[in-house]
Write a protein that binds this ligand. Structure first.
Ligand SMILES: [Zn+2]
Length: 139
């Protein structure tokens, strides 16, 4: 199990220097979108090779910078992206939905007001009041 973990950490380092990119790979692995062969070059190809949106096939010849090219399977012009792009997009979507769901839970349970309260309190800093004895209170 230890070597699997080490392999995975090496793979993550190769994939992205950013935490979000690494999280996206990890999420893809957990949800089954990414299957590892535990052969580093093969797995990096699986993650980074460009595939057409129509046939999931590699581009014919070189792909232009914007990801458009010719599909090697059907021969039509196609948009290309890597699995890494797809993982990142899927992970962004999932994080956003998760965040939205969390806000809903907070709102429903009244925690949101609890969280926001210190901010509104700060706008009502108690003013010192003077009573008949002339002493100052801050209540
Ligand atoms: Zn195609």
């Amino acid at each position: 199990m230890g070597s699997t973990k080490n392999y995975f950490l090496t793979l993550l380092e190769q994939c992205s220097e950013e935490q979000f990119g690494q999280d996206a790979i990890e999420a893809a692995l957990v949800n089954g979108a990414l299957k590892l062969t535990y052969n580093l070059p093969t797995d990096l190809h699986t993650i980074f090779d460009l595939r057409s949106n129509c046939c999931d096939a590699p581009p014919q010849g070189e792909c232009c910078a914007k990801g458009s090219g010719r599909c090697s399977q059907c021969g039509e012009g196609a948009q290309f992206e890597s699995n890494f792009d797809r993982f990142v997009v899927a992970h962004q979507k999932q994080c956003r939905e998760h965040g939205d769901a969390l806000v809903e839970v907070y709102r429903a349970s009244g925690i949101m007001e609890e969280i926001l309260r210190p901010m509104s309190l700060a706008q009502h800093i108690p003013q010192p009041v003077q009573d008949y004895a002339g002493t100052h209170h801050t209540s």
